[in-house]
Design a binder for this molecule. Sequence first.
Ligand code: SAM
Length: 302
Amino acid sequence: MTIAQAIQYALSLGLERLDAQLLVLHALGRSNRERAWLLAHGDDAMPATALAQLQAQAARRAAGEPLSYITGHKEFYGLTLQVDARVLDPRADTETLVDWALEVLDAPTIAAPDVVAEPTALAAPTSATPASAPTLIDLGTGSGAIALAIKHSRPLFQVHALDFSNDALAVASANARRLALDVQFHQGSWLQGLDQQFSVIVSNPPYIAAQDEHLAALTHEPLQALASGDDGLDDIRTIIGQAHVHLLPGGWLLLEHGYDQAATVRTLLQSAGFTQVQSRLDLAGIERCSGGQWLGRALIND
Ligand SMILES: C[S@@+](CC[C@H](N)C(=O)[O-])C[C@H]1O[C@@H](n2cnc3c(N)ncnc32)[C@H](O)[C@@H]1O
């Protein structure tokens, strides 16, 4: 069988062309950036071992397993993350949340951490990170995608990442080590027990309703990364309820949520006392993230 025929074979199982090409490249031990190479070598013979690997992996993809679990990696915000079934497969839509977090972190409207934050044993800033640098925590970090993208984009910021799952933290901290990014990891349930304040709290929490029909198509990913109570908003309610205690005056809480949850999340943020409440669109033009600013007593009294 030639390489072109191997791609046709994967397509015949129902795979999208991009996935078919990436699996053929993976089976050949080539980078996912070499799709042009495939076109130039369509008539080359597919080695038997590579073909056997492709057949097994194309069947897994056809059964709904994320491509990233099969190849073991995923591109996110220009970083190559190692991922497996212990963590959510990072989605391109989540890059909207990273863009927004960088935007508010760069704005000079948030109090400096060394003015307001209590000293904490949780995270000792490295010598390269000034004590007054903006601080961010990524709640429910999974593979570390959001936290690592932000630390990579702004190396001087203090970046923390938290997850309930020790399995997820193992994946995230391995990614941080491999990418040489200095992120402080914490195990815990949302902000409970943390005694630190941040410039920005960002989270892509579980937000699918427990009975939602879409869950059936996501059986390969950890349920605790996806489902959140009867209406999908249990974790978002918890985070909004806890966040103000952990935000510096002028700090922002930014949340990813479901395609139909923006209006409800904005109402929850406004009811909790956040200002400048607004939403951002994902790549498909859907309101995918909502957030607001916590002015805090110090600024309100000014
Ligand atoms: C939707 S995934 C997001 C993963 C990653 N941030 C991303 O965007 O790809 C939600 C994450 O929240 C974590 N999580 C669920 N419940 C949690 C809790 N009570 N406290 C902290 N993390 C939790 C899950 O383990 C999972 O890693």
